[in-house]
Design a protein around this ligand. Structure first.
Ligand code: ADE
Ligand code: ZN
Length: 336
């Protein structure tokens, strides 16, 4: 099954570009930019990645992003991630970035978006990987700050397909951001949001009803509400699930307890994603493998995660058809 999983075409829909900052690059950028970091080696950084919940991760994660200063830093970060994509047979990726993590430190919005975008364009040309960019609001900050960020994004509509919502879910429910999401929709952005990761299932319902979200990031707590599960099946609302992240942040104690395969078999449009792979111990292939190791599946079931992600992605109907054919051909050829 390992070689089947490695070669399977993959589509990633839940990846925080700041969460792909590997300790080696963190060190290189710290040196290049003369930023002090409280570690002596990349191994020491990795050893510090012991999390007991989402907040304990976020505290370290925002600190790590401090080494990102110049447009070239954001380019290098994104390019390194795209090389990982290539190795993992990721053919399309939809990437989150958190402008406020950087603008709050005095880095210009343009610096961030232009560096990421330049690498994505290079990835399209040199690696054949297509991509979209989604800007997330930090939900621990207030809605006013989100409005400022939305206004900064208006000059970059050609580079940003949608807006999302991330950071501390507990205490920061979707209703806090209803007005700014309505404004984003009016401006033509698609919307997504993290919900039902640590927070209650009603955050998922409110994300759909109040934020106009076309997909839900994580969403694994949906199982607490049978009516919601039925709604997600009927409407085929995609969930961008992140198995290794959920394990590291103790959303599930053991991969065997993870509900993703149950949800797949119930007919939900669930997908596999890496979230913050530099912090959680693996990119796309590792996430697929971890799920398959804990939950025996057929090759058709494993490929269904890719087929779901293609349907859930923000690409054209023609492109969805092309990637679907590519995935079905891979499955057929592998089984022949
Ligand atoms: N930001 C980066 N990773 C996140 C996660 N898993 N949940 C919420 N916010 C995040
Ligand atoms: Zn996330």
């Amino acid at each position: 099954m390992t070689s089947f999983i490695t070669g399977l075409p993959k589509v990633e829909l839940h990846l925080h570009i700041e969460g792909s900052l590997e300790p080696e690059l963190m060190f290189a950028l710290a040196e290049r930019n003369k930023i002090a970091i409280p570690f002596n080696s990349p191994d020491e950084v990795r050893a510090a990645y012991q999390f007991h919940n989402l907040q304990s991760f976020l505290d370290i994660y925002y600190q790590g992003a401090n080494v990102l200063i110049h447009e070239q830093d954001f380019y290098d970060l994104t390019w390194a991630y795209l090389l990982r994509c290539k190795a993992d047979h990721v053919v399309h990726t939809e990437i989150f970035f958190d402008p406020q993590t950087h603008t709050e430190r005095g880095i210009a919005f343009e610096t961030v978006v232009n560096g990421i975008h330049r690498a994505l364009e290079q990835g399209r040309k040199m690696l054949g990987i297509s991509s979209q960019l989604i800007m997330c609001f930090l939900r621990h900050l207030d809605q006013e700050s989100a409005f400022v960020t939305l206004n900064q994004a208006l000059a970059h509509k050609d580079k940003i397909v949608g807006v999302g919502l991330d950071s501390s879910e507990l205490g920061n429910p979707p209703e806090k951001f209803k007005a700014v999401f309505q404004q984003a929709l009016a401006e033509g952005f698609l919307t997504v949001a993290h919900a039902g990761e640590e927070g209650p299932s009603e955050n998922i319902t409110h994300t759909l009803d109040l934020l106009g979200a076309t997909r839900v990031d994580h969403g694994v707590r949906c199982v607490d509400d049978a009516v919601l599960v039925e709604r997600l099946v009927q409407a085929q609302v995609p969930l961008t699930v992140c198995p290794l992240s959920n394990l590291k942040l103790k959303v599930f104690e053991d991969m065997k307890d993870h509900n993703i395969v149950d949800l797949l078999r119930k007919g939900l449009c669930v997908t596999i994603n890496s979230d913050d792979p530099a912090y959680f111990g693996g990119y796309m292939t590792a996430n697929f493998q971890a799920v398959a190791d804990a939950h025996p599946m057929t090759q058709e079931e494993i490929a269904q995660f890719t087929l779901n992600a293609i349907q859930a992605s923000f690409i054209s109907v023609e492109e969805k058809q092309r990637l679907t054919r590519m995935t079905r051909d891979y499955l057929d050829n592998y089984q022949a």
